[in-house]
Design a protein around this ligand. Structure first.
Ligand code: SF4
Length: 307
């Protein structure tokens, strides 16, 4: 299933998610990734799946659902999909819904990737570091990604792109929340000149269990240094669309593969179907696991590799 939702998004409202790449295929293996450690670390772009099948899935999910955005997000890095430009253009020509792309920005140094994103409405690149050492520590990028080249790619994209750029900075306690590190991030952000800067913190179980959000006073401090930011440190609320799932087990598995679910969200999804007791069964047979992070229980597939 390539398209799903709508899912509630803290920045994009009701969002139809599209993942045009295989699970956990990424150019980074971020310490905070909610999908666990990266299985396939790569920078080579590919047509992983037939593009027409992906578009057909988007059509199916959009039918009968309203949404604020179609969001290319991927169970990893969506710009690794060679057909992304074709898919964005197809969506623009067929639906009256704005397109967002959530990307780590690592491949924007390639002109063909910048061209692929030209017709999106919003592009949301990640800037968690201002220097190579912190970049390696937090994003654990593929060895062939050069930090300066990556930043320059986003700067070049800013010059060419007429849509909105909303940069995201994920703050992790004792990794990128010091004054020096924040000033370095600010220096890079100033070069990019995004339309908005979002500060986020890990709210779902991270790939490395020692990863935690900074204390609230540190987040406020980061806000003053980065200047003009929006905080999205609260948990998202709202309903998950389930009309395209055949049954509760498919809905729980597919949604939690992209969005680890708080226990009450998983139960709410189950209640939308006639058969009850599915969540318990899936936890008992090990398909899904329950994981405590920051005193909240999350449900996600056992296949996620966390420390
Ligand atoms: S957080 Fe995003 S960029 Fe980082 S490893 Fe996960 S999918 Fe890749």
């Amino acid at each position: 299933m390539f398209a799903y939702g709508p899912v509630p998004s803290r920045r994009l409202g009701k969002s139809i998610g599209v993942s045009p790449i295989p699970a956990k295929t990424c150019s980074y293996s971020c310490i905070y990734c909610q999908l666990g450690r990266t299985n396939q670390l790569q920078i080579k772009r590919e047509s992983f799946f037939p593009k027409k099948n992906i578009f057909h899935d988007i059509q199916k999910v959009i039918k009968g659902n309203s949404a604020d955005y179609i969001t290319f997000v991927g169970d990893g890095e969506p710009t690794l999909c060679k057909d992304l430009g074709w898919l964005i253009d197809k969506c623009k020509n067929n639906f009256d819904i704005p397109i967002a792309v959530i990307t780590n920005g690592s491949l924007l140094f390639q002109a063909e990737v910048r061209k692929d994103l030209q017709n999106a409405d919003v592009v949301m690149p990640t800037i968690d570091a201002g220097t190579d050492d912190i970049f390696r520590k937090i994003n654990r990028a593929h060895k062939n990604i050069n930090f300066d080249e990556m930043i320059q790619g986003i700067v070049d994209f800013r010059e060419e792109f007429t849509g909105k750029i909303w940069a995201e900075v994920m703050l992790v306690k004792d990794v990128n929340d010091s004054e020096k590190t924040l000033k370095n991030i600010k220096w890079q952000l100033d070069k990019i000149n995004p339309d908005k800067i979002y500060i986020t913190t890990p709210v779902r179980p991270p790939a490395e269990k020692w990863v935690t959000p900074p204390k609230p006073e540190k987040i406020l401090y980061a806000q003053t240094i980065l200047n003009n930011t929006f905080n999205i440190i609260d948990r998202e609320n709202g309903d998950f669309g389930v009309t395209n799932f055949a049954n509760a087990s498919e809905a729980l598995y597919e949604i939690s593969s992209r969005h680890p679910l708080r226990e009450e969200q998983a139960m709410k999804i189950e209640r939308k179907f006639s058969q009850q007791g599915t969540l318990k069964k899936m936890l008992n047979n090990g398909e899904l696991i329950k994981y405590n992070y920051q005193n909240i229980f999350y449900i996600f597939p056992k296949k996620f590799k966390t420390s």
